[in-house]
Design a binder for this molecule. Structure first.
Ligand code: BEZ
Ligand code: MG
Length: 584
């Protein structure tokens, strides 16, 4: 009621703006690629999945083939503008652009559907009539889709697996997701790695500029200033897929550009002059995965050199946070420059992961500090050079990591895949959540936590809370997603339970989950009798774990639930236990 009353006090313009924002959110959810089931090894995707994938592939320019983004061609054919004007107050224009976007989206879907049912010629002809799209242009798009559609049907995974078991050679192919780089098809090949000296590519560096700008502007809009320091998570496979987009973001934050030698290898950096950068250099604490450490040794050296290069610049403290923070720590703790300037951290050699995920999943912690300390214990191994220029190769440096984290005000990770989000696997919360909890302990304040959506047509930076809301709506609570999972029976229920557990991981590490998320999970999967019966029949163990996780969320104070709801969950939990133990 109070919310309704509050709304009646809004002016008409404010109300219009809120409705529009809501529409934008709904359309964002609608347009996302939602996996409709698990990939079954050796089996080609079904038609509905193919249509979704092809629509996403068609939504991007493919400069290598001359094909332009289909939604853009349609918008041009219809002479409509689908991008919102920057001026928030221009409600009417935004409404128009929202409607235009919906129209373009619907026509794109229909065109891809016709292509799959009737072929390229029919789809081209239809697009010419329906949206005045030049046939020469649309033909280029469908030529790309034809190749991909055929490759999606050609599944060689089982054959390649059998050959691998016989010790035969498996051809390599690039590692990426299909929307980003369709040449990953056909599947069933080895993933080939990247030459670390090619990272970051020119394209990755160019894309990173825009993302870093969005990230810093968002932080400034919400906090009134740039973050004094930012903790960045870098993963290995992600930087292979994007040819170093995460690495390039670190370089942009510091305000440096990569330099290439005569063999076109990135071997050094140079500072971008402050006048050109137009903002302060941001201090960056990099916690890199074990896989990154194994693959990108040279790149870790480059990142360390970038920090040293920026720290050595004779610039005012308000324009160079790296130098300011290093000097402050040297003075406060009487520590040498080499110690205060360490910014690249990973596991000890031979070790992987933060273990924060295992501790959360097994419910083994009591105090928040335990998770923070575990993260630091696992990740406090420094890579860089000491005062004599010798490589550190992972020297334990707990005080250095804690000291660097103490000045961090924002944490961030680049998401580069359409397929895997922050509630699909436990690795996002173990890394980004883990480092955020460590910052919270060292700085006595929870940092702002951001993720990017580097791949959407309009790249976005979202807070972790917004990202969880979006993933909960598009996946966990979306019937299209969970019915897709339930088709897989036992494994599907386990996937649903795992999403709930990973969501819980974001409560544990970052207090980032709204109450409604848990309430609606309870209502959808447990308190709905028919659904509960389905889960119980398919996989009583995962059903029990899901209910236990909800009770744990309430017990730990992550979820303010009504007492009556908790009572019902307890009863259901007991019933599930009895059933599993054969009592009932
Ligand atoms: C990596 O590529 O670095 C990575 C992959 C999975 C989990 C964590 C890190
Ligand atoms: Mg809460």
């Amino acid at each position: 009621m109070s919310e309704i009353r509050e709304h009646t006090r809004l002016t008409k313009d404010e109300r219009d703006r809120r409705v529009l924002e809501l529409c934008e959110q709904v359309s964002e959810i609608e347009q996302r690629l939602i996996p409709t089931g698990l990939h079954v090894f050796g089996r080609a995707s079904v038609e509905a999945e193919r249509a979704d994938l092809l629509r996403m592939v068609a939504s991007f320019d493919r400069p290598e083939t001359g094909a332009r983004a289909l939604p853009q061609l349609i918008a041009e054919g219809l002479s409509v503008n689908t991008t919102s004007p920057p001026d928030e107050a221009a409600t009417e224009l935004s409404e128009q652009s929202l409607r235009a976007r919906e129209q373009v989206e619907a026509l794109t879907r229909e065109a891809v559907g016709r292509f799959l049912r009737e072929g390229s010629d029919a789809a081209c002809a239809w697009l010419e009539t329906a949206a005045r799209v030049d046939v020469v242009e649309s033909r280029r798009v469908f030529a790309v889709l034809e190749k991909i559609a055929a490759q999606l049907l050609d599944n060689r995974e089982l054959d390649a697996f059998a050959r691998a078991l016989r010790g035969e050679y498996i051809e390599p192919g690039p590692g990426a997701d299909i929307v980003q780089n369709p040449s990953i098809l056909p599947t069933g090949r080895n993933t080939h790695a990247v030459n670390p000296y090619s990272v970051p590519s020119d394209l990755a560096y160019a894309r990173a500029e825009r993302l870093v700008k969005l990230l810093l502007e968002r932080h400034r809009a919400e906090h009134g200033r740039y973050p004094a320091a930012l903790a960045l998570v870098l993963w290995g496979l992600d930087n292979i897929k994007t040819q170093g987009e995460g690495v390039a973001q670190a370089l942009w934050l510091l305000g440096v550009r990569p330099l290439r030698d005569g063999m076109n290898r990135v071997t050094d950096v140079e500072a971008i002059p402050l006048e050109q950068l137009g903002r302060p250099r941001i201090d960056v604490v990099m916690t890199v995965s074990g896989i990154f450490r194994d693959l990108f040794g040279a790149t870790m050296g480059l990142l360390d050199r970038a920090v040293q290069c920026v720290a050595a610049l004779d610039e005012p403290p308000e324009a160079n946070y790296v130098r300011r923070n290093i000097r402050a720590r040297m003075e406060a703790e009487a520590c040498p420059f080499e110690e205060a300037a360490l910014r690249v951290f990973s596991n000890a050699a031979g070790n992987y992961g933060t273990n924060v995920n295992f501790m959360v999943m097994d419910s083994q912690w009591e105090a928040d500090d335990t998770l923070a300390d575990l993260f630091v214990t696992r990740k406090c191994f420094a890579y860089g050079r000491d005062a004599e220029g010798r490589a550190l190769e992972g020297r334990e440096a707990r005080a250095a990591l804690n000291g660097a984290l103490a000045r961090v005000e924002a944490t961030y990770q680049n998401i580069d895949s359409f397929e895997i989000g922050i509630t699909d696997v436990d690795h996002y919360f173990e890394y980004l959540g883990g480092v955020s909890k460590a910052v919270e302990k060292q700085s006595d304040a929870r940092p702002a936590i951001y993720l990017s959506d580097a791949l959407s047509r309009e790249a976005k930076v979202r807070s972790v809370e917004e990202t969880i809301r979006l993933e909960t709506r598009t996946k966990t609570l979306n019937p299209k997603w969970y019915e897709g999972m339930l088709k897989h029976g036992f494994r599907g229920v386990a996937e649903i339970e795992s999403h709930v557990a990973n969501t819980f991981g974001w409560s544990a590490t970052a207090d980032a989950v709204d109450d409604w998320v848990y309430t609606e999970v309870a209502e959808t999967f447990v308190l709905d009798e028919q659904m509960l019966e389905r889960l119980r029949e398919l996989n009583p163990h995962s059903a029990r774990s899901l209910v236990a996780r909800l009770l744990e969320a309430q017990g730990r104070g992550f979820w303010q639930a009504e007492a009556e709801m908790i009572e019902r969950l307890r009863d259901i939990f007991t019933g599930l236990e009895d059933r599993i133990e054969g009592v009932a």
